[in-house]
Design a protein around this ligand. Structure first.
Ligand SMILES: N[C@@H](CCC(=O)N[C@@H](CS)C(=O)NCC(=O)O)C(=O)O
Length: 78
């Protein structure tokens, strides 16, 4: 499962979501507008920054939209 921590109006999140759409990938989205989700993100990754990808099947987690898009293209392009 692919989980993406996002924030409404975040252009970097939008970039990742657009790449996901292009690749036919769906994410479980978690929005840090919810304080509990923001706390969960910080506990997981160490800082409050979105987008943040969790690929549970591959045990991969990362910040940085460009790195996330590159990762998705490398591992999920059909
Ligand atoms: N270089 C990062 C920049 C990410 C970034 O600046 N994200 C902003 C939202 S657009 C953020 O997480 N801000 C903290 C917050 O909104 O609490 C990337 O490309 O992913």
């Amino acid at each position: 499962m692919l989980t993406l921590y996002v924030k409404t109006g975040c252009p970097f999140c939008h970039k990742v979501l657009a790449a996901g759409e292009e690749l036919g990938i769906s994410f479980e989205q978690k929005n840090i507008a919810d304080d509990a989700v923001a706390a969960e993100l910080i506990a997981r990754g160490g800082k409050r920054q979105v987008p943040y990808l969790v690929d549970s099947e591959k045990s991969v987690e990362m910040y940085e939209s460009d790195d996330i898009v590159a990762y998705l293209r490398e591992h999920y392009a059909k």
